[in-house]
Design a protein. Structure first.
Length: 410
């Protein structure tokens, strides 16, 4: 049976968001806060255990990201589970350089916060329940898209049947393997890093003191992120060909590997939680927009997790788009979408270049680069103007950020 969406018949047609992960849900909430009617289509049921992006990763949320989450009413639902990052320490194995950044030095109470993706997902679901201008179709699947004179007609299957919906703006928030991107005919550049990421929690012997660590090595980066209860979130990167062997290690052997890769700055590591592997690749759409259509989040760009910029970048996509749509009569106009692409260009390119360049340079097994890398780290650590610039970018304040991420917290 085919039906029409209730929202499609209520005056202004709704924005259609395909994908209800971290970025898609954030966009839906931001549009609702602006009074914009929208429909969000998500393959997973609206429960915390069903959404694959609400997983066991520990997200490092940039300061701008927390400002944005506060602006759209999500932060009150998750702040109690977040841990502030007040210090950042970056090193390279077997080299003498290091970079240290402190929140006090930059006049803020925290550079960012660590939050499990599962907790952020739960907070997003609670905030979605408060939305008044949003229709959620979940579980549901986008079956087909056809262009119309004023936008797109979507055919969506749900447990109750098939719905057809007309929209003036189609938003692809459907992840790295985006159906929307493919349907729009937008090509993507892909790079396989040949690495697998393992995430879990560990308990260090010494208090983390709200310090985040990132350590580079030939085999890839390893990071420890501060969590509540003296725990830390471990991010361990290994070459892809070693992933199966690492996955089969018992807890004692795995923690020995993590200790060897990270070092002893926090004393002995213990009590590893359940491990989750993720293959790492870079996928960058060659265009952000199409006719009455736009890509956000991982559908637009999937970056290496080094520097923890993926969700932070995607949220700035979502909040910039919501800001522009809220101020427009026609949410899918060519002028609006071109403005969106222009607004996002510098932030997107800068973040992707930084992420890709860091993993290529900092993890490159070239002995002659060692002294140069160390000198660069020392210079960064000792030149306040350079550190201020990089700290501001790391906190998410790049180029022309959305208004929602500007300073709100002390």
């Amino acid at each position: 049976m085919t039906t029409s969406s209730p929202l499609a018949a209520t005056g202004r047609p709704p924005v259609l968001i395909v994908g209800g992960g971290l970025v898609g849900a954030s966009l839906a909430i931001a549009l609702d806060a602006a009074g914009i009617e929208a429909v969000m289509v998500e393959a997973a049921a609206p429960r915390i255990g069903e959404q694959p992006s609400y997983d066991e990763r520990n997200l490092a949320l940039a300061r701008a990201t927390v400002n944005g989450l506060a602006a759209i009413g999500v932060w009150p639902h998750v702040s109690a589970q977040a841990t502030p990052i007040r210090h950042i320490h970056v090193t390279r194995a077997s080299e003498f350089g290091s970079v240290r950044m402190d929140a006090d030095r930059h006049g803020v109470d925290a550079m960012g916060w660590t939050l499990p993706a599962r907790e952020l997902g739960a907070g997003l679901l609670r905030r979605l329940d408060e939305c008044r201008h949003l229709k959620r179709l979940a579980p549901a699947r986008l079956e087909a898209l056809e262009p119309t004179s004023s936008g797109w007609r979507a055919r969506i299957s749900t447990p109750d049947g098939v719905t057809e919906l007309d929209t003036p703006l189609l938003v692809g928030a459907d992840g790295t393997t985006s159906f929307v991107r493919d349907r729009l005919g937008i090509a993507a550049e892909r790079h396989d890093y040949g690495q697998t990421l393992f995430v879990c929690t560990v308990t260090p012997e010494r208090d983390h003191a709200h310090r985040a660590y990132e350590r580079f090595a030939d085999d890839g980066p390893v990071a420890l992120l501060p969590l509540s209860g003296r725990r830390c979130g471990l991010v361990l990167t290994v070459p892809r060909e070693e992933a199966d062997a690492v996955a089969s290690l018992d807890d004692e052997a795995f923690i020995a590997l993590a200790q060897q890769r990270f070092g002893w700055r926090l004393g002995r590591l213990s009590r590893p939680g359940r491990r989750h592997p993720y293959a790492i690749q870079r996928v960058a759409a060659k265009e952000l927009i199409g006719p009455r259509a736009v890509l956000v989040g991982n559908a637009a760009q999937t970056v290496h997790p080094i520097g923890a910029q993926g969700f932070n970048l995607g949220l700035r996509d979502a909040l910039t788009l919501a800001e522009l749509v809220a101020d427009a009569d026609d949410p899918g106009s060519e002028a609006l979408l071109e403005r969106y692409a222009a607004r996002r260009a510098a932030d997107r390119e800068g973040t992707m270049t930084m992420s890709h360049g860091l993993v290529q340079l900092a993890c490159l097994a070239q002995p002659l680069l060692g002294p140069l890398r160390s000198m660069a780290m020392l210079a960064f650590d000792r030149l306040p103007p350079l550190q201020r610039l990089m700290a501001r970018r790391g906190m998410g304040f790049r180029s022309e950020p959305p208004r929602a991420v500007l300073e709100r917290l002390p």
